[in-house]
Design a protein around this ligand. Structure first.
Ligand code: M1P
Length: 256
């Protein structure tokens, strides 16, 4: 039985979405059409998003066209659900630094910054590491890169495997840390404790006992940051090739 909070929905189902390349183009805003479709969907089922990104970035992308992302969705899961809201109210958070410990974290940061300093890539910008509540995000080019610089780096990375080599080295060097190194976006990778991938969000909806939980994402292949939640037996997974594809599938499967 779902709680009274969702009693007005036609179906006791939850539909969860990745954000970049699923609800929006990478790091861009949701379209008015996407928000209209989600609004119609929310009349039938509960809806939520699960992103690796932090609150600030997601709000730039989803709090658009006069909406507030946290109010617009039943569940808002930032940083894989480590920072979470249900029906506009915050849920308890967990902490990356408490898990890793200051001393071990310092060794990790020192290694990462040395590694980036020695990297020979076409351009470097700023903010090579971003410390978040539930994870650390690492970018060889730096998070200050412009949209064009992001695209250029992503192309270069696909050809030269910069991030793949980096995470391989980290996995070997820090094998005793219990950490996952996950290449989710275009210019960076996320570092978080094992198990704190997007499945973390699922434990936060367990109390509602939804009859079905659907998940839509683009990086659903092994190694992608949507893979674990997509392949989890608790979800029905859907792979999409971008926001236009998501809209098409939602119209076919839920709104026709
Ligand atoms: O798509 C999710 C990823 O989005 C950003 O990645 P990038 O800047 O590399 O495209 C980051 O916020 C990352 O943490 C997140 O997983």
């Amino acid at each position: 039985m779902v709680s009274a909070a969702f009693a007005n929905r036609a179906h006791k189902k939850l539909v969860l979405f990745d954000v970049d390349e699923t609800l929006t183009l990478a790091r861009q805003s949701a379209s008015a059409e996407m928000l209209d479709v989600l609004r119609a969907l929310r009349e039938k089922v509960a809806i939520g998003f699960v992103s690796g990104s932090d609150k600030k970035k997601i709000e730039e992308q989803l709090s658009v066209h006069g909406n507030d992302a946290i109010q617009f969705f039943d569940y808002a899961f930032f940083e894989n659900g480590l920072v979470a809201y249900k029906l506009g109210q915050p849920l308890e958070s967990d902490s990356f630094i408490l898990y890793v410990g200051e001393e071990r974290y310092k060794k990790l940061v020192t290694f990462i910054l040395h590694y980036i300093a020695d990297l020979d890539i076409p351009i470097k910008r700023g903010t090579f590491m971003e410390f978040r509540n539930g994870m650390v995000n690492v970018s060889p080019i730096g998070r200050n890169a412009t949209l064009q610089e992001r695209e250029d780096f992503n192309k270069y990375d696909n050809e030269h495997g910069i991030r793949a080599a980096f995470v391989k080295e980290l996995r070997e060097k820090f094998s005793d840390y219990g950490l996952t190194f996950s290449i989710g976006g275009k210019i960076s990778f996320d570092v978080f404790p094992n198990g704190w991938d997007k499945r973390y969000a699922l434990r936060r909806v367990e109390d509602e006992q939804f009859e079905e939980i659907h998940f839509f994402g683009d990086k659903t292949d092994p190694g992608g940051n949507d893979h674990e939640i997509f392949a989890d037996p608790r979800t029905i997974g859907h792979t999409v090739e971008g926001p236009a594809h998501t809209i098409r599938l939602l119209k076919e499967q839920f709104l026709s």
